[in-house]
Design a protein. Structure first.
Length: 262
């Protein structure tokens, strides 16, 4: 069968129910909060037949600090020992730290943002890539942010910088390991309803001495679809990127933001 014909066949089986994810093995980092994006990604990938190991500093299947190289490599070794291969890595662990005012940003804010949002992604990717390469390929999805594509008023500038770096690293990984059939993409959520983020409007309301509902209204007013996203709506793109339907997509940074800030 020619390559084009094979691609068409794979896509047809995709349309009949994502069967093609079945049998894969993956890791989702930062997935310890049941209401949040990492858990939604793990749930959807499991529904599609992927064996998923979740990690977080606590609350997940394995306790792993993404900034600790030893913990990251032990985690990858354990997953390989238990499941024999690794097809998918979703770097979802992240942090939004510091003030939204540039002049108030501290060196510590910068270090933490870069450590978790960029170095953690690098350490986990470095740990899995050799095994993906040996196994004939894989898919890495880095959960960045809309603030990795543009500056946004409420986002701390150090976090914006770290998200742009995460998008850049995703493209560099895609370029270097494309020949090994390893794809790497960044997913860039706008405002998503998660347990962690739900406190943000209260915080802004307190700082600006306004009602929380007015903060939420103002935020929704800059989203074309008029509402925040749901974790499952981010997970849907992650699953697509990991599946054969996404086989020709690499090095992208895709917003899932309901048209925020258009
Ligand atoms: N919710 C949103 O609106 C939104 C928007 C843009 C980007 N994001 C990003 O999407 C991802 C998921 O966000 P979420 O809203 O579901 O929030 P979340 O806070 O549940 O996700 C982040 C997880 O990362 C974990 N984490 C932090 N530091 C870690 C470390 N050093 N090692 C291991 N785990 C660590 C946290 O414990 C947490 O469980 C994060 O990277 C977040 O920054 C979220």
């Amino acid at each position: 069968m020619g390559r084009d014909a094979k691609a068409k066949t794979d896509l047809r089986s995709e349309a009949t129910g994502m069967k093609s994810l079945s049998g894969m093995v993956g890791i989702v980092t930062g997935a310890g909060q049941s209401t949040d994006i990492g858990a939604a990604v793990a749930t959807l990938l499991r529904e599609r037949g992927v064996t998923i190991v979740t990690t977080d500093t606590n609350g997940a299947g394995m306790q792993v600090d993404v900034t600790n190289g030893d913990e990251v490599s032990s985690c990858v070794s354990e997953v390989l020992a238990a499941h024999g291969k690794l097809d998918i890595l979703v770097n979802n662990a992240g942090t939004s730290i510091g003030s939204a005012a540039f002049l108030e940003q501290t060196a510590t804010d910068f270090e933490i943002a870069v450590d978790v949002n960029v170095r953690g992604m690098m350490l986990f990717s470095q740990a899995v890539i050799p095994h993906m390469r040996d196994g004939g390929g894989g898919s890495i999805v880095n959960i960045a942010s809309l603030s990795g594509l543009k500056a946004m008023p409420a986002v701390p500038p150090v976090v914006t910088a770290s998200r742009f770096a995460a998008v850049g690293m995703s493209k560099a990984i895609a370029q270097e390991f494309g020949p090994d059939n390893i794809r790497c993409n960044a997913v860039c959520p706008g405002a998503v309803t998660t347990g962690t983020r739900d406190g943000a409007p209260d915080l802004v309301a307190g700082l600006e001495s306004v009602a929380t509902r007015d903060v939420i209204k103002a935020e929704n007013s800059i989203i074309a679809l008029g509402r925040r996203g749901e974790p499952a709506e981010i997970a849907a793109l992650v699953a697509y990127l990991c599946s054969p339907a996404g086989a020709y997509i690499t090095g992208t940074a895709i917003p899932v933001d309901g048209g925020m800030g258009l």
